[in-house]
Every structure is written in structure tokens, then in C-alpha cells.
Design a protein around this ligand. Structure first.
Ligand code: SF4
Length: 367
């Protein structure tokens, strides 16, 4: 027979400098981490901490908070101290808030070089303060706020313009011997964004934070981010990710986590392998898959559950999974590790699968 081919894997991670964002290591020696950003007014400490707790529970590794006003800056020490995950302060125009965030004990600060003019003479002081506190800085270039100088040079936010902007900003910090930098170059077009990161990956060894900016509502944003991150992570490019959605931030974490799981960059947890259904289906597959998914939500073990509409591919897939059902003739054959353990009437399929899943899960280690 054919020799067994090795399991397919992604390209090796691009070698980067290593950073410490609070307790989370960032760079090629560390797992890719998932980030999000709070939507609360940062100065509202309780609401912000409440949302951070929800994000933490959803699996968020690092959280970013906006800091547009003095009230927000004043809230940073309490938030940085009470959050269970590292907090990055997001600062656009005001160097004084950069210093405040560093003093506040934020795990990192994000600055936008589009606004560098106001920063220019401050870079040295910022680099010194960041160095003193061991605070990394993320240089976050956004297509929407590209440095006017580069806008003029390139005519629009091309991949080259985005990369040049970020590298130029990084060089300003490097001049002061500061290299604890992470870079992002976000664009709403995944094709432009992917190219911008490829250029950056070739030209520097800073860790990269991936994001498709203004990606849109959940459906579109999920697809844009998954396509773009997949294209980059496939090449080993990307050290932290943020899925931007016009949706509650917990949704961003779910999508980001799922992207990493799909690429085997995170252990998979519950996975429902359900067929798309077709003219052969002898059961309402959509409803069955939805009910099983709902019944098993929040399961922390790497369980694969197959829900198949008929007996053509059904038994095959159901056998590959830990647990599965192949339906036909108003009945469901329930498989556990490839063996039919029982056949139940259609109306008992869901409860039987959930029961069996719970039983199997008890003997499994969490992913
Ligand atoms: Fe169609 Fe059966 Fe395949 Fe489902 S498992 S898509 S019902 S052939």
C-alpha cells in the first residue's frame, strides 16, 4: 500500500523577539494568544471590570481598553490591578496618557503612528518610561488613520504604506534602544491586510498582532478574519490575534478561539461533525445538530460528536468520532468509538447523544 504521509502541519512559526505582556508570553516561543477590546467606558471601572471578567471566562488572553480622556486614564490603575488578564491601554493622541498607562501598571500600551507628529519629540521619554517599567508597546497602524506623509507618498493605504508606517515608527523606538515592540497593520480588506503582514514579516523580527479592522457585523467579520488569519498563520505569521466584530466582544473571543482550534493551534474542545443534509436525509439534520450543540454547550473536553442524516456517509463519520448518530427509517444508530451501542427511535436521539456525551466526558481530561 501507500506509505503513510505525515500529518499535515502549518509552516513553523516565524522567529520573533519575545515579549512579556503581563503574565502572557508573546512571540514565536509562545502559543498564539487571543485578544479583544472592551466596549464599556473605561472610566466606568465596575462595568469595565465586569466585561473583562466575561471576556476572561470566554478564554480571552489579553484585553485592551480605550483611553480617550483623563477620567479613563485615572481608571487604569484600578483596572490593571483587578483584571485577571493583562490589560493594554489604547492611546491615540495624548503622550501624557501613555505615561499614565505605564505608571498605572498596564501590561502594555498601544500607540498609533498616524498620530506620531504629536509624539515625535516624546518617543525618547516614552521609550525610557516603558523600559523602566518593562512595558511593551504595540505600534498599531490603521488604514483609516495612516500617516499623512505616507498617504501622500502612496496615494492610499497600500500594504507597502502600512508596513512602512509601522517600521518607521518602530525605528524611532529602536533609535532609543527600545525593542519591546509588537506591530499591527490593520486594514478592512483581508487581501491588503495579508500582504501588509507578509511584508512586515520579511522586514522585521517583532511579534505581530493580527487584525482585520472594521471587519463588519459578526457574519462578515468572522469570515474576513478567518480567511486572513488562516492565510497568515498557515505561513507561521502572527503571534496575537484580534477578531474585530460589530458585536459583543465575547463573540470576538469565541471566533478567535475557534480559528486557532481549526488550525490546530489550540486544542480542540467540543466539535460537532454534522452533515449538510441532502436529498437522502431521513431526519431533520439542522434541528438535530442545533439541539445537540445546544445540549452540549460549554463542554470543556475534546469530544467529537457526529450527527449524520442518513446511512450513506453516516456510519463512516460516526465511527471516526467519539460519539455519533446515523439516522434512517425513523431511528438513530448511536455509535461510540466506532461501535453501534444502541438504536433508538428518532425522538430519543438528542437525549441519548447528550447522555452518552456526558458519560464519555466524565472520563476525559479537559482540553
Ligand atoms: Fe446526505 Fe447522508 Fe451525507 Fe447527510 S450523511 S449529506 S444525509 S448523504
Amino acid at each position: 500500500g501507500m506509505p503513510a504521509s505525515p500529518a499535515p502541519v502549518l509552516a513553523e512559526r516565524r522567529k520573533t523577539r519575545q515579549l512579556q505582556v503581563g503574565a502572557v508570553g508573546v512571540g514565536s516561543e509562545h502559543p498564539v494568544s487571543v485578544q479583544s477590546m472592551t466596549t464599556t467606558v473605561t472610566a466606568d471601572i465596575n462595568s469595565t471590570l465586569q466585561q473583562i471578567a466575561e471576556l476572561t471566562a470566554a478564554g480571552c488572553d489579553i484585553v485592551r481598553v480605550a483611553c480617550p480622556s483623563a477620567d479613563d486614564a485615572e481608571a487604569l490603575p484600578a483596572i490593571a490591578q483587578k483584571s485577571k488578564i493583562p490589560v493594554i491601554a489604547d492611546i491615540h493622541f495624548q503622550p501624557k496618557y501613555v505615561f499614565a498607562a505605564i505608571e498605572a501598571g498596564c501590561a502594555a500600551v498601544r500607540v498609533n503612528p498616524g498620530n506620531i507628529k504629536k509624539f515625535d519629540d516624546k518617543v525618547k521619554e516614552i521609550a525610557q518610561a516603558a523600559k523602566d517599567h518593562g512595558t511593551p508597546i504595540r505600534i498599531g497602524v490603521n488604514a483609516g488613520s495612516l500617516d499623512p506623509r505616507l498617504m501622500q507618498k502612496y496615494g492610499k493605504a497600500t500594504p507597502e504604506a502600512l508596513a512602512e508606517s509601522a517600521l518607521w515608527e518602530a525605528s524611532l523606538f529602536a533609535e532609543h534602544d527600545f525593542h519591546d515592540l509588537k506591530i499591527s497593520v490593520k486594514h478592512n480588506d483581508p487581501v491588503v491586510m495579508v500582504r501588509a503582514y507578509e511584508i512586515l514579516a520579511e522586514q522585521c523580527d517583532y511579534p505581530l498582532h493580527l487584525g482585520v479592522t472594521e471587519a463588519g457585523p459578526a457574519f462578515q467579520g468572522t469570515i474576513k478574519s478567518a480567511v486572513a488569519f488562516g492565510a497568515l498563520l498557515r505561513q507561521g505569521i502572527g503571534d496575537t490575534i484580534r477578531v474585530s466584530l460589530s458585536a459583543p466582544p465575547v463573540e470576538e473571543i469565541k471566533v478567535g478561539t475557534q480559528i486557532l482550534q481549526s488550525l490546530n493551534l489550540r486544542p480542540r474542545k467540543l466539535e460537532i461533525v454534522s452533515c449538510p443534509s441532502c436529498g437522502r436525509a431521513q431526519v431533520d439534520v439542522y434541528k438535530l445538530a442545533e439541539e445537540v450543540t445546544a445540549g452540549l454547550e460549554g463542554m470543556e473536553v475534546p469530544l467529537r460528536v457526529a450527527v449524520m442524516g442518513c446511512v450513506v456517509n453516516g456510519p463512516g463519520e460516526a465511527r471516526e468520532a467519539d460519539l455519533g448518530v446515523a439516522s434512517g427509517n425513523g431511528k438513530g444508530q448511536i455509535f461510540v468509538k466506532g461501535e453501534v451501542i444502541k438504536t433508538v427511535p428518532e425522538h430519543q436521539i438528542v437525549e441519548t447523544l447528550i447522555e452518552e456525551a456526558m458519560r464519555i466526558a466524565e472520563d476525559m481530561e479537559p482540553a
